[in-house]
Design a binder for this molecule. Structure first.
Ligand code: DGL
Length: 362
């Protein structure tokens, strides 16, 4: 009996030894067909953990490392050759200009490598739209860059992180996603970085572009595009952060009934080089705030009129005479995104006519 089993084992070993090269070649051939996607992890809820499976608020963001995120979704290894890097591990309300510069430089180095076909960035949802728009203006490659997060922590019932990550990896590995600027993949939808915003504090369909619309869907791991991005981005922008170690200080002052000028004055006194006014309505300037904004401009601070409304155009010379005040109109950019464009604009110029051109271009 023992002799029989030894012979059987020897035969099996011989067969495996002979077949191994063929099997290896088959695996290698399959892997060679897959796109090479790098996942850059930054933290957020997608890397979050809660006390129980029903904890969907009050969890801890930014606790799960990139390798655990990858191992939790084995399906992504079937659609791409994955590498992971933990760039940082933060809740995204703590995202800062220094994080953006570090991330943008790493993205540009990786995309310059022939062995990287696309990048996925896992990110907290609170400032996800801002990071996406910043990268949309400074990434110097046409290869796909997809920003993804989740609204439920990895430990929650029906966590949305795994499917969002699977979708994002598929999108980042898709040639059809190239040249469209930085994309956001959430809730089976594809959004352009410029127009998407977080529209709900807790629901999984929170990322929306109410009036300008999303650009497509991901279904069964396949992207379907229905819209083109019309504003310039990535390789077509004039912005280059490769040699920058800091960005100009630009802040936002929010308007509301009864607002005064304290915030504007404080931000200017603290050294703001640019100021975005999140006005009511069509970027209206409250009478008690207006003098402080004019004084800011006279001090050389570039003032951009945006709106807290969230949709629609802030028209130049509409609610205020921008020509006379030498202010810039934000077009359709939200205050938080107008801040990003103004920051990058100020790395190139302080000429308000040139900056207005940028707000009509990007
Ligand atoms: N602390 C928030 C953040 O990191 C959690 C929200 C989320 O990631 O969905 O953005």
């Amino acid at each position: 009996m023992f002799q029989k089993s030894r012979r059987a084992a020897a035969a099996l070993f011989a067969m495996m030894f002979l077949l191994a090269p063929a099997a290896y070649a088959q695996i290698a051939a399959h892997s060679a067909k897959l796109p090479n996607v790098t996942i850059l992890a930054t933290g957020g809820t997608i890397a979050g953990t809660g006390a129980s499976s029903t904890t969907t608020v009050g969890y801890t963001a930014a606790t799960v490392g990139v390798q655990s995120l990858i191992q939790a979704v084995p399906e992504i290894a079937r659609v791409a050759n994955i590498t992971g890097e933990q760039v940082f591990q933060i809740a995204s309300e703590n995202m800062g200009n220094e994080h953006w510069l570090q991330l943008a430089k790493r993205v540009n180095v990786l995309l310059g490598q022939a062995n990287v076909d696309g990048i996925v960035i896992t990110h907290g949802t609170d400032t996800l739209e801002e990071t996406a728009y910043f990268l949309n203006l400074v990434v110097k490659s046409k290869k796909p860059v997809v920003v993804v997060g989740s609204m439920r922590p990895s430990t929650a019932l029906s966590a949305d992180g795994p499917i969002n990550l699977y979708n994002a990896v598929n999108l980042a590995g898709s040639p059809s996603a190239a040249g469209k600027g930085v994309l956001v993949a959430m809730n089976d939808q594809i959004h352009a970085a410029r127009d998407v915003t977080k529209a709900s504090t807790t629901t999984t369909d929170t990322f929306r572009a109410a009036e300008l619309g999303m650009v497509g869907y991901i279904q069964g791991g396949k992207p379907y595009f229905y819209r083109e991005v019309t504003r310039k981005h990535t390789v077509d922008t004039e912005f280059d952060v490769s040699k920058l170690d800091a960005l100009p200080q630009v802040d936002v002052a929010y308007a509301y009934a009864n607002v005064g000028d304290v915030a504007v004055k404080a931000l200017v006194a603290a050294g703001a080089k640019g100021l975005v006014h999140a006005g009511v309505g069509n970027g209206s300037l409250p009478a008690r705030t207006r003098p402080a904004l004019i004084a800011a401009r006279e001090k050389g601070v570039v003032v951009v009129r945006s709106s807290r409304v969230g949709q629609g155009i802030v028209a130049r010379n509409g609610e205020a005479n921008d020509d006379q005040l030498d202010f810039v109109a934000a077009d359709t950019l939200s205050p938080q995104k107008a801040r990003i464009l103004l920051m990058l604009a100020l790395t190139k110029t302080s000429d308000t006519k040139d900056i207005q051109r940028m707000f009509y271009t990007y």
